[in-house]
Design a binder for this molecule. Structure first.
Ligand code: HPA
Length: 288
């Protein structure tokens, strides 16, 4: 059964009244992005290397937008084209561990939906839990476990702000995942498929937590992405998630974990990853 076929876009009229939306619309004029892309730690590079940018808007200029505080996150919206596709990149994302509320950190997803984005690609860095994963491998997210203890959809849902009880059976779009798998280049990238468990961070996990997550069925662990997916599904967007396994999760490598290692692995693979991402985006409409 195809759960996404025939999905109706929920009523999102309330979203177009967000100050951020009108501010951005004035700047991008008649540019209508089809595909949204959140570029996680170290992957902002894609927007510089593969996007023909039409318009760049710093988050700090957008009314109501949070500003990212993590090193390696630029903090701007980049509108442009990848081939024929009209794309908007969130170059820098917001994390729960930075202190934002769930509502604040997912506002950009609502804004992209209001701008007309239909497909959202979420990228992140993650720790590999499943045996056989190596730093520098990738994983297409098939499903997730929300272990953050919070949900961005909690609270009132004013008219036109998306669904109250969105279904999560196929939160991660099967067709987009198949397309992404087909676009993997013949050599250079190893791509798995599996379950992402989201934790709040900012501390890395303990080895005991990682063993527990493995028993729960998690293949990688990370500190982002799930809140954005939840809001995107409430807005009726199709979502593709790609994790870069930047390190083996706590207790699995014999060494200690550090943000430096996460960043260095992301830097090492960012070029082939960006090429793959470009190919995925170029193919998206064909299966839509
Ligand atoms: N744990 C949580 N988040 C992460 C990790 C990790 O090992 N690596 C990159 N992001």
């Amino acid at each position: 059964m195809d759960f996404t076929e025939g999905d109706l876009l929920p009523n999102l009229v309330g979203m177009s009244s967000l100050p951020a939306v009108s501010y951005i619309q004035e700047r991008i004029a008649d540019f209508k992005p089809q595909i949204g892309l959140t570029l996680g730690s170290g992957f902002g590079f894609f927007a510089d290397s593969h996007l023909q940018a039409d318009c760049v808007i710093p988050y700090a200029d957008i009314p109501g937008f949070p500003v990212s505080t993590v090193e390696g996150h630029k903090g701007q919206l980049v509108f442009g084209r990848v081939g024929e596709k009209r794309v908007v990149c969130l170059q820098g994302r917001f994390h729960f561990y930075e202190g934002y509320s769930m509502a604040e950190l997912t506002l950009p997803v609502r804004v992209l939906a209001a701008l007309g984005v239909r497909d959202l690609v979420l990228t992140n860095a993650a720790g590999g839990i499943r045996e056989g994963m190596c730093p520098g491998d990738f994983m297409l997210i098939r499903d997730h476990i929300n272990f953050m203890g919070a949900n961005p959809l909690r609270g009132p849902v004013p008219e036109g702000m998306g669904a109250r009880f969105p279904d999560m059976t196929e939160a991660w779009d099967r067709k987009l995942r198949a397309l992404a798998m087909e676009s993997v280049p013949g050599s250079g990238l190893k791509v798995h498929e599996g379950v992402y468990i989201a934790v709040t961070g900012p501390s890395f996990e303990t080895p005991a937590e990682i063993q527990a997550f493995a028993r729960l069925g998690a293949d990688v662990v990370g500190m982002s992405t799930v809140p954005e997916c939840l809001v995107a599904r409430a807005c009726g967007l199709r979502v593709l998630g790609i994790s870069c396994v930047t390190n083996l999760a706590a207790g699995l490598s014999g060494g200690l974990l550090s943000h430096t290692e996460v960043f260095e692995t992301a830097m090492r693979v960012r070029e082939p990853f960006a090429d793959w991402l470009g190919a995925v985006i170029a193919d998206i409409e064909e299966t839509a």
